[in-house]
Design a protein around this ligand. Structure first.
Ligand SMILES: Cc1ncc(COP(=O)(O)O)c(C=O)c1O
Length: 379
């Protein structure tokens, strides 16, 4: 199989990730912070170590500001539902995943004012319009990298606008983390991440990190119970991270996430980005050379996360994807990629696109085979 669906979830995982997950299950086993046996303390150590690695990866000095959850969708929901009430205003963009737009739809039905600020046909946010829209907003929520076009937004500029209007800025880094640098130095208040994509961890991991000084008590917890702390209390503890971490932690998953981030650190993001750009650039240019084919990507490769979304003339995206899978064992995704509004923005609604998303382990030969397969579809 040629796996080109890394924007959905990355695969394969480095051996160190597989070994870390397996080692936890085989040799640790116990529940973190439940009990004082050596194994429970080892399990707690795994969680604490992962907190430290995640904090430092995003430029935070406080591991207690790292909140783990199942994935970025859960983290985004926690902030949106935990913070917004009827009468509040929230600003987002027309390039969002439905991990953002669906909770916003639910909140708009409860009286929250939701404004979608426009992006151009390459997916870039119109900063002037955003600055006008932000007035009076309690929260802004945007993705850093689009899962449809790979367009990377200007986080520093957006943060500056949010800061000047006193708006909390929640940044969804599902597509960018592990591919392009993202950190609190760029100014967001909350970074929401998922563990199983560019960070190379396994599904079931993710969370959010608060900037130093962010008042997390502005967010109500969505779920309570099972923290292993303050068991004599009827209420959920209000300190971090326990305020938001209900139930037993995903120890094996966090061991894997730690190993995934260490793997990235051992190579370095500059090298990772260069490798991905080489592969994705080759793929995008090869498809663009096919008569009538169109690749939907940002105006500059410097603002790109290596996602290659394309259409072919007079061809349905499901048929192309089906052909690639059935005839060539190439794994990709077609349609909306959970982001219908992004397709309206870039002009690919209602057909969507075929999305090829190379990963860290995609080879030049994989790309040559894929290009040949796409060319054959045209014949
Ligand atoms: C931009 C963006 N946000 C959110 C998500 C949701 O990720 P998860 O399913 O890991 O919660 C995705 C996944 O494709 C995404 O691309």
């Amino acid at each position: 199989m040629i796996y080109l669906d890394n924007a959905s979830t990355s695969w394969p995982k480095p051996d160190s990730v597989v070994n870390a997950v397996s080692d936890y299950i085989r040799n640790i086993g116990a529940s973190p912070a439940r009990g004082n046996c050596t194994a429970a303390l080892d399990a707690l150590g795994v969680v604490l170590d992962c907190r430290e690695v995640v904090a430092s990866f995003f430029g935070s000095t406080n591991p207690l500001n790292v909140i783990f959850s199942h994935n970025v969708t859960w983290a985004i929901n926690t902030v949106l539902h935990g913070m917004l009430r009827s009468g509040d205003k929230v600003v987002s963009s027309t390039m969002e995943h439905n991990a953002v737009t669906r909770p916003l739809t639910a909140l708009s039905e409860k009286g929250v004012e939701v404004v979608y600020s426009p992006c151009d046909e390459h997916g870039h946010l119109d900063l002037d319009a955003f600055e006008k829209n932000i007035t009076g907003a309690k929260l802004a929520v945007l993705n850093h990298g689009s899962n449809v076009t790979g367009t990377v937004q200007d986080v520093e500029a957006i943060s500056k606008i949010c800061r000047s209007s006193g708006t909390v800025f929640l940044l969804d880094v599902a597509q960018s983390a592990g591919i392009v640098p993202v950190s609190f130095y760029q100014g967001p208040d909350i970074i929401a991440f998922t563990g199983h994509k560019g960070l190379l961890g396994v599904p079931g991991t993710g969370g959010m990190v608060f900037a130093d000084g962010f008042q997390a008590d502005r967010i109500h917890s969505l779920a309570q119970g099972g923290t292993g702390s303050l068991s004599e209390e009827a209420r959920q503890p209000d300190f971090l991270p326990d305020r938001f971490e209900a139930g037993t932690m995903n120890g094996p998953g966090l061991a894997g996430l730690h190993a995934g981030i260490e793997y990235l650190n051992s190579i370095g993001l500059t090298e990772i980005y260069a490798r991905k750009m080489k592969i994705a650039g080759m793929l995008a240019r090869g498809i663009e050379e096919i008569s009538g084919a169109r690749v939907y990507r940002p105006s500059s490769d410097k603002l790109w996360t290596a996602v290659v979304s394309f259409t072919l003339p007079d061809s349905c995206t499901a048929a192309i994807s089906d052909y690639l899978s059935r005839e060539h064992n190439i794994c990709c995704r077609y349609g909306f990629h959970c982001a219908a509004s992004a397709h309206r923005t870039i002009g690919t609604f209602p057909e969507g696109t075929v999305r090829l998303s190379p990963g860290l382990f995609t080879t030049v030969s994989d790309i040559e085979t894929t290009l040949e397969a796409v060319r054959m579809y045209r014949v």
